[in-house]
Design a protein around this ligand. Structure first.
Ligand SMILES: NC(=O)c1ccc[n+]([C@@H]2O[C@H](COP(=O)([O-])OP(=O)(O)OC[C@H]3O[C@@H](n4cnc5c(N)ncnc54)[C@H](O)[C@@H]3O)[C@@H](O)[C@H]2O)c1
Ligand SMILES: [Zn+2]
Ligand SMILES: [Zn+2]
Length: 382
């Protein structure tokens, strides 16, 4: 089958790889209809992780079940399914507590497993024609048959639940003010989720004009950090108090307005923006080791965070991979009920063959490439 394969920094190619097969009785094979490209893929694409060449990318997968292992009880051939980016067992301590991003079984010694991601276990990605899904009863979310809402459902594998997780970590509630840093797909989903949870005012900070316009379209207040100091701008619009809550949807590759990377800048800006005793949800990615870091300390994942200020203000922080399975069923039902339409972030649908070009353009944050959904199944469907 064809798949998107990482070669070296700034190069992916579409090539033939071995077809996946049922390896364990609890596996299914899925014919992939949608597999989105994520900002998380860009960290690997830019050589800012230890991703090995030959890795098949793709952790945001939706498709139709093609083959079912003999130990699978609830999923059958032909079912339309969404797979959380987290691969999880369903029976370990963390899975039982709903913390499926930190499954103790599928990738021992590391916090959790995922498809097509460095250090996250041996699970090949779904930017490919077919995907092997382990522990399928647990890892497949059934979708209504047909192809309705395909791009909305494609957001259920990662960014909609991840944005929602950011808002949940920050315990966003009705009537609150929230500052979201980053208007990439994850930041936009965090803002959207905060509004779903009843926030009164949501500020979204970024510098990319088209992304800020999308934030405005969903009812958030855009803040362009290349034009104003976001801390000051938000303070002014909150009677000097700062916001109740904050969400980091940028991560360690955050930049200053001039473009240079400063890995702790967003964390420090949130510490300044959120009012005393507020809460901060960090879903932007931070890594324990960064081969391309701007300083030796940052290379070891040691960041200059203003912890004294954090303590003085009594702030609380939640971090980590999103436990997609904790939210994906509920968010699916919001989509079905017509109460959420996360596909507003999708800017392009492309065949698998266009992945190399799409990666290059998304990496430059080019207009129209904010969320690309690859459609590997198109050839077969035709
Ligand atoms: N925790 C999880 O489970 C999870 C899941 C998916 C993605 N992520 C992470 O979330 C982050 C965002 O993902 P994405 O797909 O939206 O990526 P993205 O790269 O498209 O978006 C990041 C945005 O941050 C903006 N930005 C950079 N510096 C900034 C600053 N100082 N202030 C405000 N905005 C700034 C950029 O302009 C860009 O629009 C990535 O780090 C990704 O790895 C985490
Ligand atoms: Zn993702
Ligand atoms: Zn588990």
């Amino acid at each position: 089958m064809k798949a998107v394969v990482y070669q070296e920094p700034f190069t992916v190619s579409v090539q033939d790889v071995e077809d996946p097969r049922i390896e364990d009785p609890t596996d299914v094979l899925v014919w992939v209809t949608s597999s989105a490209i994520c900002g998380s893929d860009l960290h690997m694409y830019e050589g800012r992780t230890d991703a090995p060449s030959g890795l098949v990318f793709g952790h945001e997968n939706t498709g139709i079940v093609e083959e079912v292992g003999p130990g699978v009880a609830s999923i059958k051939r032909g079912d339309r399914v969404s797979m959380p980016f987290n691969v999880a067992c369903g029976f370990c301590k963390n899975c039982l507590a709903g913390r499926t991003g930190f499954c103790l079984t599928v990738n021992p010694g590391f916090g959790g497993g995922a498809y097509g991601y460095v250090s996250m276990g041996p699970y090949r990605g779904g930017q490919a024609e077919y995907l092997r899904v382990p522990f399928a009863d647990f890892n497949c979310l059934k979708l209504p048959p047909g192809d309705e809402h395909e791009n909305d459902f494609a957001m259920l594998a990662d960014i909609f639940p991840t944005g929602y997780h950011g808002a949940t970590l920050a315990q966003v509630g009705p009537g609150e003010t929230v500052a979201v840093f980053g208007a990439g797909p994850v930041g936009l989903m965090a803002a959207y989720s905060s509004l779903i949870k009843g926030a009164a005012t949501v500020f979204v900070v970024d510098r990319v004009e088209s992304r800020l316009r999308l934030a405005e379209r969903i009812g958030a207040v855009p803040v362009d950090f290349s034009k104003v100091d976001p801390i000051e701008a938000i303070r002014e619009q909150t009677q000097g108090d700062g916001t109740d809550k904050g969400i980091d949807a940028v991560g360690y590759q955050a930049t200053v307005p001039e473009g240079e990377e400063q890995p702790a800048i967003v964390l420090n800006q949130l510490i300044q923006t959120v009012r005393a005793t507020g809460m901060i949800g960090v879903v932007g990615l931070y890594v324990p080791g960064d081969p391309g870091a701007p300083s030796e300390e940052a290379g070891r994942g040691e960041l200059l965070v203003r912890f004294g200020k954090l303590f003085e203000k009594g702030l609380r922080i939640g971090t980590g991979q999103a436990n997609v399975k904790a939210y994906n069923r509920q968010l699916r039902d919001l989509i079905i009920a017509g109460r959420a339409e996360p596909s507003f972030v999708v800017s392009k649908e492309l065949p698998l063959e266009d992945a190399p070009d799409a990666y290059a353009r998304f990496d430059k944050r080019e207009e129209g490439y904010s969320k690309v959904v690859l459609k590997p199944g198109q050839a077969k469907a035709a």
